[in-house]
Design a protein around this ligand. Structure first.
Ligand SMILES: C[S@@+](CC[C@H](N)C(=O)[O-])C[C@H]1O[C@@H](n2cnc3c(N)ncnc32)[C@H](O)[C@@H]1O
Length: 296
């Protein structure tokens, strides 16, 4: 259901239809309303923003996120930061709500914090009742009307993938001179970044070498997933992460599974591989791939 390339805007049909029809919150709300969530209290404001950002795709993945989903992974990181002030690289953060929570939790216990994702903003243009969203390469990734959300890049079963691609052919080319920019990062995180020079937001693709300084700790949550990438690309990502880490630096990889069970694996860099430090709830999906690297 989640991967359908054509979805009904949430609110058009009664919520109970979600059990058998693909429905999604429309990110048009981010464009039309105040992106700060207006007068909502802080926790609801963060959830509000995450709900709409989660409706976007990014390459092979969705930008699914929400507050309070990394309690166990963050606890492992918190323990590791007791005796040192690490430079942290957080990869694939979506809107950064979970980064914001970890930063708040750590307080003074870190030296630098890189908040990184391959897609930190989008371009959009409105034509009549339709809003077209494009990535920075001008690729149309979402067509949103009052009733429908169409994802041309999401693949999907015939005829839905075919319909989505056919509709995308009618999308206007992205007019980069006039299209507006929609930041996908929590406004509170951007505000914090302005005040705290230890925090840097970066557009970064984990399939490429890390361009920043070496770090002591890498966190990757809900990204290194065989549903998103073949094992060959997961190995490329792990090699880039390994190269970004200082020797003995820590890698924490986690997945939120059904019913939000959080599965976490923590490792230390040993040369070009990783040694297991701890495993929670059976470990992350790619635990075996990472441990196999360690014996290469
Ligand atoms: C499912 S979301 C996970 C968000 C967050 N880590 C969490 O657990 O709530 C996956 C995120 O990874 C990002 N992503 C996808 N491919 C990536 C890549 N090659 N490099 C860096 N980030 C990537 C997407 O843009 C998206 O924001």
């Amino acid at each position: 259901m989640m991967r359908m390339p054509v979805k009904i805007r949430r609110g058009v049909l009664p919520d109970r239809c979600r059990a058998f029809l693909p429905m999604e919150a429309s990110p048009i709300s981010l464009v039309e309303s105040s992106p700060t969530g207006g007068e909502l209290p802080q926790t609801e404001r963060r959830s509000w923003f995450s709900t709409y950002v989660s409706s976007f795709t990014s390459g092979n993945t969705w930008k699914t996120t929400c507050p309070n989903r990394h309690r166990l992974a963050d606890q492992v990181i918190f323990e590791a930061c007791r005796d040192c002030r690490p430079a942290i690289l957080d990869i694939g953060v979506s809107d950064g709500v979970t980064s914001l929570e970890l930063i708040e939790h750590l307080g003074d216990s870190f030296e630098q914090y890189f908040v990184a994702d391959r897609q930190t903003d989008l371009l959009y243009q409105v034509k009549g009742n339709t809003t077209y969203f494009y990535d920075r390469n001008g690729l149309c990734i979402l067509i949103a009307t009052r009733r429908w959300l169409v994802y041309p890049q999401a693949g999907g079963w015939f005829p839905f993938g075919w319909i989505a691609r056919a509709l995308s052919l009618r999308a206007p080319a992205c007019d980069t001179g006039h299209a507006r920019v929609l930041s996908l990062l929590q406004p509170e995180l951007l505000e914090l970044t302005r005040r705290d020079s230890r925090i840097t937001v970066m557009t970064y693709d984990v399939l490429h070498p890390w361009p920043g300084p070496a770090v002591n700790l890498v966190k990757v949550a809900n990204l290194l997933n065989p549903e998103y990438f073949p094992e060959s690309l997961i190995r490329v990502a792990l090699a880039n992460i390994n190269a970004a880490l200082e020797e003995n630096g820590m890698l924490v990889v986690s997945d939120n599974r059904e019913s939000d069970l959080e599965c976490v694996s923590a490792f230390r860099k040993r040369g070009s591989g990783f040694a297991v430090v701890s495993v929670t709830n059976g470990g992350c999906r790619v635990h075996g791939v990472i441990t196999h690297l360690s014996v290469l």
